[in-house]
Design a binder for this molecule. Structure first.
Ligand SMILES: Cc1cc2nc3c(=O)[nH]c(=O)nc-3n(C[C@H](O)[C@H](O)[C@H](O)COP(=O)(O)OP(=O)(O)OC[C@H]3O[C@@H](n4cnc5c(N)ncnc54)[C@H](O)[C@@H]3O)c2cc1C
Length: 289
């Protein structure tokens, strides 16, 4: 391993300038739970590491007057769990983050790191897609916003350019009668990578689903938004017949890898099962909202 320069800017402008000036030889460090593993295993060999945790807007959680949330990209699952209202508003997003690794890992692992690492099995991503979260991105040429569903471009890669930093996530205002949930399947009880992960967010009015969004992870090269599953839910009661149609839509989009942790057939079947269970939990939460 060659010498690495460690930089810890305290402003976003400074971080963006340093990152751009490095012209591809720097890596962003948030919690480091992916980055340090990649560094130690020789997968990456950056000349500079830019630690973004000292930048205020990347490390804050704000609830706006309209109920929407702005969550800094380097905020950890533990920080979000301690927030007084985030978990009540977005329990599915929080449960996704709180499945990541162990208590120790959750104290470091950030939303931005989970997304920017680009893994199709990243646990927060299906829940973020279901929440219709967007991410603010800053680069030397200014800022832009991307829906989380449009961020991943392939296993381990994203649509951020090499000089762009994810700044924060916007979670929209919650309608009354809404609920979300995230479930994943792993071969062990914990500390494993999702074989399938499913996030569902829906709204009920008089027991009828009036809107829904479904995110499905670990079954394709990128985490998917399954619009056909949402369409199967909307306009209907959340009952077995509806759920089966939504599950079939999830199975239909599966294009998973076949490995020792799950065959194609297994992952495809589990996608439908998790869809049904997550939608049921989300609807129970919506009823209680
Ligand atoms: C023991 C262990 C267990 C784990 N279990 C799980 C699990 O169950 N589920 C799961 O999904 N993951 C798991 N992970 C992976 C990891 O913890 C998560 O992906 C975590 O969310 C990464 O966040 P981080 O802040 O540590 O990212 P970092 O490691 O700091 O960064 C990850 C990548 O994103 C880039 N990056 C980070 N922040 C930004 C930003 N704001 N803008 C642009 N690029 C950025 C970095 O340069 C790097 O390439 C595990 C890791 C370990 C070590």
């Amino acid at each position: 391993m060659t010498n690495i320069q460690y930089l810890a800017p305290t402003t976003l402008d400074e971080a963006v300038s340093l990152y751009a000036a490095a012209a591809g030889s720097a890596r962003i460090l948030a919690g480091g739970t992916d980055l340090l593993v990649q560094l130690r295993s020789g997968m990456i060999n950056p000349g500079i590491i830019i630690d973004i945790k000292k930048i205020k807007e990347l490390n804050s959680i704000e609830q706006k007057a309209d109920g929407s949330f702005v969550v800094g990209a380097s905020v950890s699952g533990t920080q979000l769990a301690k927030h007084s209202s985030f978990g009540k508003t977005w329990p599915g997003v929080l449960e996704a983050l709180n499945l990541i690794g162990s208590t120790q890992v959750q104290g470091r692992a950030s939303l931005g790191g989970n997304l920017c690492n680009g893994s199709p099995a990243g646990d927060s991503i299906p829940a973020l897609i279901a929440a219709e979260a967007t991410v603010n991105i800053q680069g030397p040429n200014g800022s832009r916003q991307l829906a989380v569903k449009d961020v991943l471009s392939g296993p381990g890669s994203t649509n951020l350019s090499q000089d762009e930093i994810a700044v924060n996530f916007i979670f929209p205002t919650r309608q009354l009668g809404s609920g979300d949930a995230y479930l994943r399947m792993i071969p062990r009880t914990e500390m494993d990578i999702a074989v399938v992960g499913c996030g569902v967010n829906l709204t009920l009015e008089n027991n009828i689903c009036t809107s829904a969004t479904v995110g499905l992870g670990a079954v394709a090269p990128v985490v998917l938004e399954v619009e056909a599953a949402a369409e199967a839910l909307v306009g209907n009661k959340i009952e077995e017949e509806t759920l089966e149609r939504a599950a079939e839509a999830c199975r239909a989009v599966c294009n998973p890898i076949d490995d020792k942790r799950g065959t194609i057939a297994y992952r495809t079947k589990v996608a439908g099962v998790l869809m049904k269970r997550a939608a049921t939990i989300a609807s129970q939460r919506a009823e209680g909202a």
